[in-house]
Ligand binder design. Structure first.
Ligand SMILES: *Cc1c(COP(=O)(O)O)cnc(C)c1O
Length: 400
């Protein structure tokens, strides 16, 4: 991904910054879209993964809808110009103001996460003399086998409505006159690479839609959420996820009726690989047991490692030559440099968890070298914080 021309273009840029490869982003979006089109699947992009202006513009231009988990995201989606009839809104804690904003904008669906929320949406819709379209988010009790902080579909999680509460949901839907039942919604977790998880989900979705249809409630929308993972270890070899195999699972295992639409909410899979956090080495600290590389980006710019022990591939791009390994200072570019050292790569923030990687093998690294934290396009920039009074994060974009 980083040839010498790109690295040279970083010379005059102030670090740290997110570097966006817009060409890769567009390729990823196109592949996803064409894989989905064959099945007539609808894709909503999960804004919480990345709401960078240029990213959203590319997502919208490729015909995707928006998946929002806050009123702020619904507002952003509307402002950016997403088709309102392609906006869905989930979240366990929607405030009255957020619900009202979404009602005023006639979004496609509220993905509702509790019986009480159904009643509140009905009341607020009644006050506006409107009908709110709702999908019931059901907790499928499917284990996504990912980190426990990003698993959402188990009985013990706060998300969705548990299946034993469905009779109450049914009664509530029957008694609420300003709700229109669209269908059912699921989201089992994130960074899922084992496609069997999605097979299990399909089986659950089939059971649940039957439950509603048996009670005379047609299910028009099957929304299976997102969660498809990416290859954090090999960002160059697997830059674009295997969307074909992913969608094929749903085509094969979901019981899709002619009157039904299938919706997806992908975040990470669409944007993770298109961005790297670029940072400069401030200091090298050689300890007895460890060598530290201290860089000018911290958990304030990329929180995933500190938050859920996430792995990001770390590269010294200043000493990298495309296809030739690495070079040492003063050597010709053509000579592969073999002297690798082991480093702990850490940020400047006053927290011990502000560490991007331990025992990272890199060519001998010097002050001023540029370090890339790869696969940072999803849940990276969006989580940036001002802790330690850090300045706002910057971006650099590739040519398209
Ligand atoms: C976060 C989220 C998504 C997207 O998850 P990814 O793992 O990024 O694909 C989809 N739907 C809902 C409801 C979410 O909260």
């Amino acid at each position: 991904m980083f040839d010498e021309r790109i690295v040279a273009s970083f010379d005059d840029k102030e670090t740290p910054f997110y570097y966006y490869d817009l060409k890769l982003l567009n390729q990823t979006l196109k592949e996803c879209r064409s894989a989905a089109e064959g099945h007539k699947f609808h894709i909503h992009f999960a804004l919480k993964a990345n709401f960078n202006q240029k990213v959203l513009a590319a997502v919208k231009a490729n015909g995707f809808g928006a998946d929002c988990v806050s009123g702020g995201e619904v507002k952003k989606a509307v402002e950016v110009g997403f088709d309102k009839k392609q906006i869905v809104f989930a979240g366990v804690g929607k405030s009255d103001a957020e619900i009202n904003f979404a009602l005023d904008n006639d979004i496609f669906a509220f993905n509702v996460e509790s019986v009480q929320e159904l009643e509140v949406i009905d009341q607020l819709a009644t006050a506006k003399n409107k009908k709110a379209s709702v999908a019931i988010r059901i907790n499928p009790n499917v284990d996504a086998h990912t980190h426990h902080y990003i698993t959402t579909g188990l009985d013990e999680n706060k998300f969705g409505i548990n299946s034993w509460d469905l009779p109450l949901v049914y009664d509530t839907l029957k008694s609420c006159r300003n709700l229109e039942f669209l269908g059912i919604h699921f989201h089992v977790g994130s960074q899922i690479l084992d496609l069997n998880v999605f097979k299990s989900l399909c089986i659950k979705v089939n059971e649940m839609q039957q439950w509603f249809e048996e009670r005379g409630m047609p299910v028009k929308v099957l929304n299976v959420g997102g969660g498809l993972g990416v290859d954090y270890q090999n960002p160059d070899e697997n830059a674009i996820p295997d969307f074909k195999s992913y969608f094929q699972i749903f085509a094969d295992f979901l019981n899709i009726k002619p009157h039904q639409e299938v919706h997806f909410e992908l975040g990470r899979a669409l944007v993770a690989q298109c961005s790297s956090l670029i940072s400069k080495v401030l200091y090298i600290k050689n300890g007895i047991k460890k060598n530290f590389v201290i860089i000018d980006a911290g958990m304030t710019e990329l929180m995933r490692p500190a938050l859920y022990q996430a792995y990001h591939k770390i590269e010294n791009v200043s000493r990298m030559v495309e296809g030739k390994g690495f070079k040492a200072e003063g050597e010709l570019n053509l000579i592969p440099h073999t002297s690798y050292l082991s480093y702990d790569v850490v940020g400047p923030i006053c927290e011990s968890s502000d560490c991007f990687g331990k025992g990272v093998e890199m060519p001998e690294t010097k002050r001023g070298d540029l370090i890339a934290l790869r696969t940072a396009g999803a849940y990276g920039e969006v989580m940036a914080s001002a802790y330690n009074l850090r300045p706002a994060i910057k971006h650099v974009y590739s040519e398209e």
